[in-house]
Design a protein around this ligand. Structure first.
Ligand code: ASP
Ligand code: MG
Length: 408
């Protein structure tokens, strides 16, 4: 069976008119001879409103009851969409996560899919029905409703596409796709026709959270190709797929994270076990650390610097002081908040030595000082002054010719 999977986000289902437009779009594909399997999110703001309402009743509702409540957002949109399709004279059925065979563990609010039994979905499709599934939810072995974490409808759509053997999952959202950079900062940013799964994971910030991380991981794992496109424009959108299927480029896009702080622990003894003790203390306080550097600048004394998210900065500083006390009170802790992480992302980075030198040269010419550097297979990141981040993004975007990417 040739199953066509689509997912619609909350803004495309926001009111009666849009619901009907989605119904029409689904029917058009059905008329082209496809078996239609469609996953929906809750309507715009519904999930936030339900969370706020729950909090007014109880400051810490139990995760199970929260999932009971939050899952109704998607049930509302899926049943209304079914009625819109029905009203146009087509056979349709809406299903909850549990009814569609999505079995999860029992970690409420963050459940993982453990198994999908697609028999019901396939049966309904075989009978010629359009099948609509409420995203973001599943069912535990005990029959309790779980949710899959924020943005979980994407995860549902990709998981179902894999389960029914669909090659593609089309994701309709309110942005045109993924860009080479944030168009709000870089006016020249271009819509990317295609990115790899790994690039998508790194670039996800550019797309305003356009896909949930988990959904991209699942798509990669099962080889489901994604096509992200706007429900409101005729733009071609962005395809997310494996690298062999795409033209190799060095750098696909530039990205920035300003929600970070740099913490420095200065003047610690230069001997085995210091880094271990420090990062053990940070881990035990639940701080997750991103970049790390150590400089050896004075006899027998080191400075260790690292970055954390701004939310973790307070606990990180606390953990550092605790550690310094434990080694006899040497050293001191400094926190710097006005830093940003600027990254260039692309699968070609790993094979090219020229990329790093272009990056450093461009920042040098702009008079931008680099405080820290880190590299991975598909990314080079630098920590710089937050006030210079926008300029760095624009300069790098130009230096890697992203203003004129070949749009095919
Ligand atoms: N409604 C859920 C959320 O807002 C799931 C989703 O939209 O994908 O996170
Ligand atoms: Mg979303």
């Amino acid at each position: 069976m040739d199953v066509h999977v689509q997912k619609y986000g909350g803004t495309s289902l926001a009111d009666d008119k849009r619901l009907r437009e989605v119904a029409t779009r689904v029917i058009e594909r059905k008329e082209q001879g496809k078996s239609m399997l469609v996953v929906v999110s809750a309507m715009n703001h519904t999930t936030e409103d339900l969370i706020a309402r729950a909090r007014r009743i109880h400051s810490h509702p139990s995760p199970r009851e929260l999932d009971m409540l939050l899952s109704t957002g998607e049930q509302m949109s899926v049943s209304l969409l079914a009625m819109a399709v029905e009203s146009l004279g087509y056979e349709v059925i809406s299903l909850t996560g549990g009814m569609s065979g999505i079995h999860t563990d029992n970690r409420h609010k963050q459940a993982r899919i453990i198994r999908i039994d697609a028999a019901r979905i396939l049966r309904e499709l075989e009978q010629g029905r359009i099948v609509l599934v409420a995203g973001f939810q599943g069912i535990t072995p005990d029959g309790d409703i779980t949710t899959l974490g924020r943005g979980g409808s994407d995860t549902t759509a990709v998981a179902l596409a894999a389960a029914v053997g669909a090659a593609w999952c089309e994701v309709y959202t309110d942005v045109d796709g993924v860009y080479t950079g944030d168009p709000n900062i870089i006016p020249e940013a271009q819509l990317l026709r295609a990115v790899t799964y790994d690039e998508m994971l790194e670039l996800s910030r550019l797309g305003a959270g356009v896909l949930s991380t988990r959904s991209v991981e699942l798509a990669k794992e099962h080889g489901v190709k994604l096509h992200v496109r706007s429900a409101f424009s005729a733009q071609p959108g962005t395809k997310v797929m494996e690298v062999e299927a795409m033209e190799e480029v060095l750098v696909r896009g530039v990205t920035m994270d300003a929600n970070i702080a740099r913490i420095s622990v200065a003047g610690v003894p230069d001997r085995p076990g210091i880094a271990f003790g420090l990062f053990k203390q940070l881990a035990s306080e639940g701080v997750s650390v991103d970049m790390i550097i150590q400089n050896l600048n004075r006899a027998q004394v080191n400075d260790i610097s690292f970055t954390v998210s701004k939310d973790d900065a307070g606990s990180a500083v606390q953990a550092c002081w605790t550690f310094l006390e434990s080694i006899g009170g040497h050293g001191m802790v400094l926190q710097k908040d006005d830093v940003a992480k600027v990254s260039i992302v692309g699968t070609g980075i790993t094979n090219s030595t020229g990329v790093a030198s272009t990056l450093f040269g461009t920042l040098y010419e702009a008079g931008i000082n680099i405080e820290m550097i880190s590299t991975s297979e598909i990314k080079i990141s630098v920590i710089i002054d937050a006030g210079q981040a926008d300029e760095a993004l624009r300069k790098l975007h130009g230096a890697f010719s992203l203003d004129s990417v070949e749009l095919s």
